[in-house]
Design a binder for this molecule. Structure first.
Ligand SMILES: [Ca+2]
Ligand SMILES: [Ca+2]
Length: 165
């Protein structure tokens, strides 16, 4: 079983494709504004546990990148930068994901965009390289929603604790 972090916010996507796209776009906008150059203190989804190597990752179950995430679900999870598939380790599988989307616009965390500027570029590659081989091994609290960002209707939060493999 791969390592997963405590501190996970997940949501079921709305049934219709257009509503689903809106939900994902809204959460990505909250992550982008909360990111605040890596401080995670902006007006959006924030984290008091972020540091130079950890922030908030995002995954959309529709693309099958996040193991165990239902196709109609999305997840926001405290993670090590570079851990695109949110399995707790930054390794070759993450590098391959980034390479598959390199230079593309309109991408998410699980496609390689870790600074939430929408593009997978050298900055993201450098971030992955700096964290390659690393794990997210310290339990951290759940990300919180700042008051400036209204919570999505179906956003639920729960804490999970799993054994590290
Ligand atoms: Ca990984
Ligand atoms: Ca980027």
């Amino acid at each position: 079983m791969p390592a997963r972090r405590d501190g996970v916010a997940s949501a079921r996507s709305p049934a219709s494709r257009s509503n689903r796209a809106c939900c994902i776009a809204a959460i990505c906008a909250y992550l982008s504004s909360g990111y605040n150059s890596g401080a995670w203190t902006g007006p959006g989804i924030v984290s008091s546990s972020a540091d130079a190597h950890h922030g908030l990752g995002f995954g959309d179950g529709a693309d099958g990148v996040i193991a165990g995430l239902a196709s109609n679900a999305i997840v926001v999870q405290w993670a090590r930068y570079g851990d695109l598939n949110l399995d707790g380790t930054v390794d070759m599988s993450d590098l391959i994901l980034l390479a598959q989307h390199y230079t593309r616009m309109g991408q998410n965390w699980d496609q390689g965009d870790m600074n939430y500027d929408g593009e997978v570029n050298f900055s993201d590659l450098l971030t992955l390289a700096q964290n390659y081989g690393g794990t997210a091994s310290i339990a951290q609290p759940l990300a919180s929603l700042a008051s400036a960002a209204p919570a999505p209707d179906e956003l639920t939060t729960h804490a999970r604790r799993r054994r590290v493999a």
